[in-house]
Every structure is written in C-alpha cells, then in structure tokens.
Design a protein around this ligand. Structure first.
Ligand code: ZN
Length: 283
C-alpha cells in the first residue's frame, strides 16, 4: 500500500489511514525528511521507499495537521476553468487559461479557522496539484509524470478586495492568512483512482453549494502543467490550484457570503475533506 504524505508539527509523516502513521525521518533513519519540503525535493526515491514502510504510530488526528506542502516556491491558481463557473462569473471561455497566484503565506492545514476580514468572503473548492520534479517545457503526454500528487484545496476569496482597483486584484484578494487550506494529505498520483474524473463538492453548514466533477475542467491537469511550464520553470512542491466549478456565493441570487460560525466543508472523491470554520476578526 502506498501511504499518503501529511504534515504533523512541521514534520513529514506517512498516513496509512486507520492502520496508523509513521514519522518519515525516524522511519528512514534520516534519509528523508524531516520537513515535507525535503521529501518533495527527492520525490521519486521517497515514493518507492514509502511503499516498504509499515505504520509504527497511531492514526493521525487531522485537526493537528498543517498543509502537506507548507512553503512551496510557487503557487499557481487558475481562474475560470469550468464552463458553468465562467458563465456564472460573466466571462467567456476562449483563449488561454487565466493564471494568478495565492501568495504562499495564505496556506493552511485541513482543519482551520479563518477570520471574517471582508463582508464578501466566498468559497471555491479546487483540486490542487503538487509538482514532483524540477521541469520546464513539459509536453502534455508526459505531464502527469511531473506531478507528485493531489489534494483538496480551498481558494477562499475576499470579493471586495479581489475586484477593487483599476483592474482586478485576484492574487491579493485571495491571499489573506489561512485563505488557502490544503490537504488533508498529499495523495500520490499513482494511488488516485480515476484521477481525471473526481467528484468535487463543498457544503456550507451542511448545504451543498458546489457539486461537480474534475473531468469538466476546460484545461485539464496535463494541459495546465504543459502551459505553465512553457513559460516558467516548475519546482518540486510547486502547487497549482486548478480552478473552481459553479456555485460560488458571489453569483447566487441573493449573494451568499461567509459569516461568523459558518462551517465550510470541501471534499474531493478519494482525497478527503477540509473543514474551515469562520470566526470574528481578531483584534
Ligand atoms: Zn479559484
């Protein structure tokens, strides 16, 4: 069984689900880890080693986990990558993918709280791709070979900050602290059944807000890796937030924004779920 990768107190940990866990640095005698970033830098060797490890610690408590990739060099985010969402947002879907960033300081673990920093706080559940090797000019056919694994992500967005100014400030409006929960684990691509067609959904206080499939992306994962790497060098641990399906709060009638005590649960088939609770802004 190939375990997935988690971040427990800043240390890389193997997750075997109900069977338990194992600290990567301890189990490997210091060959891999202890930081999750070091594991990503040596991903292929780590992956084959991890298949021979047995759990030696209790199952992980997800409320204690940090982001599986805590400090990527680059975070790419894709806008308008599902047709129905582009239509609800009032954009056409022709041309190249819309690329922006979520600054890495916004990344958070799978169970986290987010202060209400805006009266127009919105959700966007997304499939997140972690890159597994340094690469550039990757062809579509080989693109999945450059991907380490997949996670659930939330592209939490302050719509007022995102849309203010002369032209939209997407990156800034989506980068307040904890606006980028990811996890709960980094699942190696080889362990994901039907990796091109996963149910993706999110609920607010139990009500389903988004419910789609990743096969409905306009630009699929391979096309996104090829497109991004045609311009920039990709590094191990770089993240791609691949865009959100229809059902955001901003385009509802009437609009629905996140408020104090709302609980947002974001889920992708086979990858797990994130729980984000919204709180009064701290003084
Ligand atoms: Zn998004």
């Amino acid at each position: 069984m190939t375990p997935s990768l988690a971040n427990l107190d800043g240390r890389a940990v193997l997750n075997f689900g109900a069977s338990g866990s194992a600290d990567v640095a301890r189990a490997s005698g210091g060959r891999f880890g202890p930081s999750p970033a070091a594991v990503l830098d040596d991903w292929a060797a780590f992956l084959s080693w991890s298949e021979s490890v047995d759990p030696d610690a209790p199952p992980l408590d997800v409320t204690r986990l940090g982001p599986p990739v805590p400090s990527p060099r680059q975070v790419f985010a894709i806008g308008l990558n599902y047709r129905e969402h582009a239509q609800e947002a009032g954009y056409d879907t022709s041309g190249l993918p819309q690329v922006f960033t979520k600054f890495p300081s916004c990344l958070a673990g799978p169970v986290t709280t987010v202060p209400i920093v805006s009266p127009r706080l919105d959700w966007e559940v997304e499939l997140v791709v972690a890159i597994g090797e340094r690469c550039r000019l990757v062809g579509e056919e080989a693109a999945w070979d450059s991907v380490a694994g997949l996670m659930v992500g939330q592209d939490i967005s302050a719509r007022d900050v995102q849309l203010e100014g002369k032209s939209p400030q997407w990156s800034l409006g989506k980068s307040f602290p904890n606006f980028g929960p990811i996890g709960p684990f980094l699942v190696p691509t080889g362990s994901v059944v039907n990796r091109e067609d996963l149910r993706i959904s999110c609920r607010v206080n139990g009500d389903i807000m988004q419910d789609s499939r990743t096969s409905l992306m306009i630009w699929n994962v391979a096309e996104l890796v090829a497109r991004l790497s045609s311009v920039v060098t990709l590094f191990p641990g770089d993240l791609i937030f691949t865009g959100t399906p229809a059902g955001i709060g901003n385009r509802r009638e009437p609009p629905r924004y996140l408020g104090v005590d709302d609980v947002l649960v974001s889920e992708i088939e086979g990858l797990g779920e994130l729980t984000t609770t919204f709180t009064r802004e701290l003084p």
